[in-house]
Design a protein around this ligand. Structure first.
Ligand SMILES: Nc1ncnc2c1ncn2[C@@H]1O[C@H](COP(=O)(O)OP(=O)(O)O)[C@@H](O)[C@H]1O
Ligand SMILES: [Mg+2]
Length: 169
């Protein structure tokens, strides 16, 4: 099973994904957490954030997840995927795929903005920010989670995902 959390930078993918992973691995030992930033580091940080590099990264990450899936490893992937063709590839190629859209408004993102990304992007200081100058097509997800509410404890979001997940080993 590959559970893929999709959402804009700052939407809460890492926070929710990590908590989901901790919960899933109590029952499914063969589970790993794959975070987008960590994956880029593991690959040697050789790609930037242009559309071309994002496409290369999408190729890598989906093929890596397929490799894990083929070996019976469950993956919780917290990765900004902005390419519908790769989301389709995931659905066509993984044994089981469950896509979660972590939905947050630009207003919420600008308020949380821990990486100072949106402020700089709106001022034109940086380019290649998904949701600003790179389009983000709303994914055809299996589950959409509204993550606009400020939560001290993320577990209600995790419970929503677990309740919607199909059976897997
Ligand atoms: N529901 C929430 N309420 C309050 N803060 C949140 C919520 N979800 C995420 N955050 C915070 O927003 C920031 C961005 O979350 P993060 O999980 O790193 O996003 P992403 O991995 O999608 O970039 C973090 O500081 C995180 O603690
Ligand atoms: Mg993250």
């Amino acid at each position: 099973m590959i559970v893929w959390l999709i959402g804009l930078s700052g939407s809460g993918k890492t926070t929710i994904g990590n908590a989901l992973y901790e919960e899933l691995k109590t029952k499914h030992k063969n589970t790993v957490f794959l975070d987008g930033d960590v994956f880029r580091n593991i690959m040697g940080n050789d790609l930037g954030h242009s559309e071309e590099d994002r496409l290369k990264n999408a190729h890598r990450v989906s093929h890596f997840c397929k490799y894990m899936d083929d070996h019976g490893i469950n993956v919780v992937a917290a990765i900004l995927s902005s390419f519908p063709e790769w989301q389709k590839w995931n659905r066509d190629n993984f044994h089981q795929y469950f896509e979660v859209f972590v939905d947050t408004s630009m207003d919420t993102l600008e308020k949380r903005d821990i990486k100072d990304l949106y402020r700089r992007a709106h001022k034109g200081e940086i380019k290649n920010v998904v949701g600003v100058d790179i389009q983000f097509p709303i994914p055809n997800a299996d589950l959409t989670i509204d993550n606009n509410e400020n939560l001290l404890d993320i577990s209600p979001q995790v419970r929503k995902i677990i309740a919607a997940l199909p059976e897997f080993t």
